[in-house]
Design a protein around this ligand. Sequence first.
Ligand code: NAP
Length: 251
Amino acid sequence: MSESKVAIVTGAARGIGAATAVRLARDGFAVAVCDLDEAACAGTVEAIEKDGGRALAVGVDVADSAKVSAAVERVAAELGPPLVLVNNAGIIRDNLLFKMTEDDWDAVLAVHLRGAFLMSRAAQAYMTKAGWGRIVNLSSTSALGNRGQANYSAAKAGMQGFTKTLAIELGKFGITVNAVAPGFIVTDMTAATAERVGVDFEVFQQAAAKEIPVRRVGRPEDIAAMVSFFAGEESSFVSGQVIYVAGGPKA
Ligand code: NAP
């Protein structure tokens, strides 16, 4: 067990992050389950341990530089050097441009982009030293444009440029960097969107499924499976890529 590689998943208390943490533990990684509230990570840690895996709950605000440094050092000390990082933590603050506040803009850019930057900068120190690493960033089909999401869309498009640049810089150290861009996935985030537009979540999902070529909405496990590929050994010649996991070319 102590020889397992260590993976960090941010925003892993629920949704896509939780499913990804569980999947990576099944793949044999010891997983640092990171989220804003350490106590909220207990469910994911328990699911991993029940499955026979190893996990550590870590409270961290990914947008806070000092907290990120402390969290990544703690992971290294308690689990081992982190060699996989999944930048999944995210928030939405949707509004049409004319109603979008500066706080809405700054909050979204801070969690997604600044968060991915701070976490990647801290984790790469361990990966370059080991000569092996995997960074997987969560983008979105919203990177292609989505009404009411100027902030989120900019952040998720930014994640793609960030991914490609890190792939170029870190490749020579045996580190690959890729992005997964989900379409509609059933989580609290899409439930919040349904609530904002005043539509029952079930009805919202059915309407979304009609627009998706495979005629269903996505599950967190659909994303976890793609992250698992990027985190593993077999994807070592794939870097700087963005894979849309959306039931079609886009959702
Ligand atoms: P979710 O259910 O809302 O979970 C996001 C998690 O991130 C929450 O546990 C949240 O904690 C945590 N978080 C927020 N701010 C944080 C911070 N500053 N530091 C650390 N953790 C923080 O979202 P999801 O649907 O699973 O989405 C996961 C990722 O996939 C996000 O990057 C999202 O943008 C992306 N994505 C989702 C969809 C979709 O359809 N669901 C589609 C495309 C892309 P709190 O609960 O404490 O806020």
